[in-house]
Design a binder for this molecule. Structure first.
Ligand code: HEC
Ligand code: HEC
Length: 207
């Protein structure tokens, strides 16, 4: 009801009553993510609830942040904050973070060591993934060890389920974000190929 009465002026074509201005300001504030304005250690605890205490994620669908290039993390957090990258869970978390807070979080996670993956790789899938990565020249941007650089995320040892989901999201254009490099690259890559690429990258071993 109150929300209705306080509808913004472009909807009501009237000047807002003063009482409503305060209410709308409070509403805007309540849209801040839980981490905004906290000290870094407390932010890291909140982020760690999903991304793992040390940035190594153990939950399905949640990416590890450890060992990512700082610029890649900074960009993605800004995309979430600006609601350019759309995700029900993560977009709200980034609301209200300042540029400085984002940079500090990005440097923190870039310095954490990324754990190697669990489980033994499937040799046939590894070979198929390696072939596809060569064919699409993935290493030309993500580096030959797939550790990422600048705005290009690390792929090696990222969670397999997240890598596959991220690639599907690019291909279906549901990820959002201003950088469409990956949308173009994955346009004609089918599910079987995505799964092989994800397996190969998650278990990447230079050996
Ligand atoms: C409630 C769980 C949750 C919390 C808390 C959370 N995240 Fe996330 N985060 C996610 C999920 C899920 C994704 C994957 C979104 C997707 O699939 O697009 C994600 C994605 C990300 C990404 C993108 C990584 C990449 O490789 O593209 C970054 C960066 C990130 N989160 C940083 C943070 C930071 C920093 C915090 C704390 C301020 C935080 N997250 C708190 C769930 C969470
Ligand atoms: C021309 C450079 C380029 C090439 C080639 C390239 N990528 Fe990317 N990749 C990027 C950039 C830039 C991003 C970040 C885009 C964004 O902001 O969403 C990215 C992001 C990704 C992500 C998202 C990771 C995350 O943490 O969210 C995955 C997965 C990925 N690339 C896989 C691949 C695979 C697999 C290939 C080969 C089939 C490939 N890339 C080839 C530039 C490239």
């Amino acid at each position: 009801m109150l929300r209705q009465a306080c509808a913004p002026p472009w909807r009501r074509a009237l000047v807002l009553p003063l009482a409503c201005v305060g209410l709308l300001a409070a509403e805007a504030q309540s849209q801040e993510g839980p981490a905004a304005g906290l000290p870094l250690e407390e932010q890291v605890q909140l982020c760690g609830g999903c991304h793992g205490e040390d940035g190594n994620a153990v939950e399905e669908g949640v990416p590890s942040l450890a060992g990512q290039p700082a610029l890649a993390l900074t960009n993605q957090l800004i995309y979430f904050r600006e609601r350019l990258r759309r995700n029900e869970i993560m977009t709200p978390q980034a609301q209200g973070l300042s540029d400085e807070e984002i940079q500090a979080l990005a440097s923190h996670y870039a310095e954490q060591p990324l754990s190697p993956p669990d489980g033994k790789p499937d040799e046939a899938l590894m070979e198929r993934g390696r072939e596809l990565a060569r064919e699409h020249r993935c290493a030309s941007c993500h580096r030959s060890d797939f550790s990422g650089q600048q705005q290009m995320p690390r792929l090696a040892h990222q969670r397999e389920d997240y890598l596959a989901q991220a690639m599907r999201d690019y291909r279906e254009r549901t990820r959002g974000g201003p950088d469409t490099t990956m949308v173009d690259i994955l346009r004609n890559v089918d599910d079987e190929e995505i799964d092989a690429l994800a397996h190969f990258l998650a278990h990447f071993d230079r050996g």
